[in-house]
Design a protein around this ligand. Structure first.
Ligand SMILES: CCCCNC(=S)N1C[C@H](O)[C@@H](O)[C@@H](O)[C@H]1CO
Length: 628
């Protein structure tokens, strides 16, 4: 055979290989047949939302396996910007933030990924995923073409999307589509230039052949403001919706292409003070069957909810500020602790009528341990521990400064001033601008006076003498994550008035509670507060859970306590508020419990401690109105 013939044959072979390889990896929209194509073949996804940032890394594989065994072929994942860029220009993708490891686990489990990088994600997450340092400029217009906002967005997406590019399905990864923004049509700005700028950024970093889409609620206005040419329009709705009407609405924006419900609500979120939200299993399974019978692509929001550890919960603000609870159980098919529920089994029974589901048993619920009671002892009042909690000392200011102004974004700040005159009678302390964001715990000379609360308690009566020290410990309960008030400044906004005086000459103490406790305090140098000081006002309590040779998932319950924060072996597991409910236990994953060493339990109680000073580790969760 001549060399030319050999070359021809080789080039034909190489071309065939290239075509076959490139033909093997493609994901696109087939507008002629109203469907997705994966590798040129018809593809319909049945997906579930899971948030890696709400599940400990050691449990990612467990949750993904259960989702795969439920019959899903894809998962939907948000990426919270503030979780990965806590300080502007400083990025974190390790440990519980290792997004690429999560994608790898999904890939090895056989799950495709629908990525939702925002930059805004909503999700009942602090400020909808936007970093609070954006608020340095009070004039910034979030989620708009505002130049300062877009500069920060561009810097962030350059880091994130560059990491995601190799993970696209056509590049050998498992990401089949990427959402731009999140329900933008629900936001007042309706700034199409913003969405055009995002489209350009996503195309620059991800290329021309990735499927980019938007998701909006089921109204014409939302879809009109949230959709954009070049981004496939999808819709979201729950069990209280007429499916045909909803998909007809989607068709008005996408006359051809696949039907997609990007958020089919399997449950719902809980605010402090609500009853635990739940959605009927039969309604969910029947509506899922109806949508699948129509050939629709469905993502179930949530399939695994998880937990708002630390200070990460968001808030809603309709008629008033409504912070979301620590549990993101969501009444989802997998419980907060990853336990398969009857809802999951019902969903699997539907899916198996439309696709082959994996053979084999559903991985069972992980074992739980009731470790029993732990006695706590008082360490001291927050006001008396400032040398430890605020080592760099206070910021001094004539007027109160916000958390953002002193560059502390989460948790608690202590505001201290002195009474300008004798006030023998109860005198009103007022926040005229409803400026307590969000709760203030007030003491005068160490005597607890009570609480002021955003939108609820704007006035409190205090007494004291001229020169007495007045402390307000102010709590950030989580920034608004939905609607026009996401630029949610925290701390004391504006001045406070006591009687006829504007209070001034403030000392403002940033508190590094998490850093101090994570460093081992109070165990090192720990001593009980032997004074007969009352059990009221912001105080720390400490106790130890003796190891019993077993490390298991558990739930801590604080009956008789009021409101505060729990730290287990230095890790902030979240907020408790049994006085308000509906959540009465906090999920403690086994990874936080030592089987062999003494476990340190630190409780920050903000109002009134339980007289018995006991907490209890139980083997089941308690969310009011939840069958346990
Ligand atoms: C009470 C208002 C809730 C607004 N959020 C809505 S509609 N949702 C849509 C939003 O896209 C998603 O991130 C979640 O926030 C979900 C509720 O779980």
């Amino acid at each position: 055979m001549t060399s030319q013939a050999l070359c021809m044959r080789a080039s034909v072979f190489i071309t065939a290989v290239i075509i076959s390889v490139s033909a093997e990896r493609s994901f696109s929209i087939d507008y002629s047949n109203d469907c997705f194509l994966k590798d040129g073949q018809y593809f319909r996804y049945i997906s579930g939302s899971v948030h890696y940032f709400r599940v400990p890394r050691c449990y990612w594989k467990d949750r993904l396996m259960k989702m795969y065994m439920s019959g899903l072929n894809a998962i939907q994942v948000y990426v919270p910007w503030n979780f990965h860029e806590p300080v502007q220009g400083v990025y974190s993708f390790e440990g519980d933030r290792d997004l690429e490891h999560f994608l790898h686990l999904a890939n090895e489990t056989g799950l495709l990924v629908i990525l939702r990088p925002g930059p805004y994600i909503c999700a009942e997450w602090e400020m909808g995923g936007l970093p609070a340092w954006l608020l340095h400029n009070p004039k910034i217009i979030l989620r708009s073409a505002d130049s300062e906002y877009m500069q920060a967005v561009g810097d962030w997406l350059a880091v994130l999307l560059t990491k995601m590019h190799p993970w696209l399905y056509q590049n050998g990864g498992n990401i089949i589509s990427v959402q731009v923004e999140n329900e933008y049509g629900s936001y007042f700005a309706c700034d199409h230039n913003y969405m055009r700028s995002l489209r350009l950024l996503f195309r620059n970093f991800l290329g021309e052949d990735v499927v980019l889409f938007t998701t909006d609620g089921n109204t014409d206005k939302e879809l009109a403001c949230g959709s954009l040419q070049g981004l496939y329009t999808t819709i979201d709705f729950g069990t209280d919706t007429n499916i045909s009407d909803a998909f007809l609405r989607q068709r008005r924006f996408e006359p051809k292409g696949p039907l997609v419900n990007s958020e089919f609500y399997t449950g719902w979120l809980d605010h402090w003070g609500d009853n635990h939200a739940s959605v009927d299993t039969h309604k969910v399974s029947k509506m899922l069957r109806d949508m699948m019978s129509m050939g629709a692509n469905v993502n179930m929001y949530m399939f695994e909810g998880g937990t708002n550890f630390g200070y990460w919960n968001g808030a809603d603000h309709d008629t008033r500020f409504r912070p979301v609870v620590t549990s993101y159980d969501y009444d989802a098919p997998l419980s907060e602790a990853g336990d398969p529920t009857d809802k999951l089994l019902a969903i699997r029974d539907v899916i198996k009528d439309f696709r082959d589901i994996p053979v084999g048993p559903m991985p069972p619920a992980l074992p739980k341990m009731a470790y029993g009671f732990v006695m706590l002892q008082k360490i001291g009042n927050v006001s008396d521990l400032l040398e430890i909690l605020s080592p760099q000392g206070p910021v001094k200011s004539l007027k109160p400064l916000t958390f953002e102004e002193i560059k502390q974004y989460y948790g608690y700040v202590l505001y201290r001033t002195r009474l300008p005159r004798d006030i023998p009678d109860h005198t009103p302390l007022i926040s005229p601008l409803n400026g307590i964001h969000d709760r203030a715990y007030i003491s005068v000379n160490g005597v607890y006076q009570g609480v002021m609360e955003r939108d609820i308690t704007l006035v409190i009566n205090v007494t004291g003498h001229e020169g007495d020290q007045m402390d307000l410990l102010v709590e950030n309960m989580g920034r608004v994550n939905f609607g026009p008030k996401i630029n949610d400044y925290k701390g004391i906004l504006g001045n406070l008035i006591l009687g006829n005086d504007i209070l001034s000459d403030w000392m403002i103490f940033p508190l590094d509670i998490d850093g101090v406790i994570a460093s081992g305090w109070p165990q090192s140098g720990w001593k009980a507060d032997s004074r007969e000081a009352g059990d009221t006002g912001p105080s720390f309590y400490f106790g130890t859970l003796k190891p019993n040779g077993v490390s298991r998932d558990t739930f801590i319950k604080l009956p008789g306590w009021t409101k505060g924060q729990v730290f287990i072996n230095g890790v902030n597991v979240g907020r408790f508020w049994p006085e308000r409910g509906p959540q009465h236990t906090l999920y403690v994953p086994a990874s936080l419990i030592s089987a062999t060493s003494t476990n340190n339990i630190t409780v920050l109680e903000l109002e009134r401690a339980a007289c018995h000073r006991r907490v209890v580790f139980t083997d089941r969760p308690q969310l009011d109105n939840m069958a346990v």
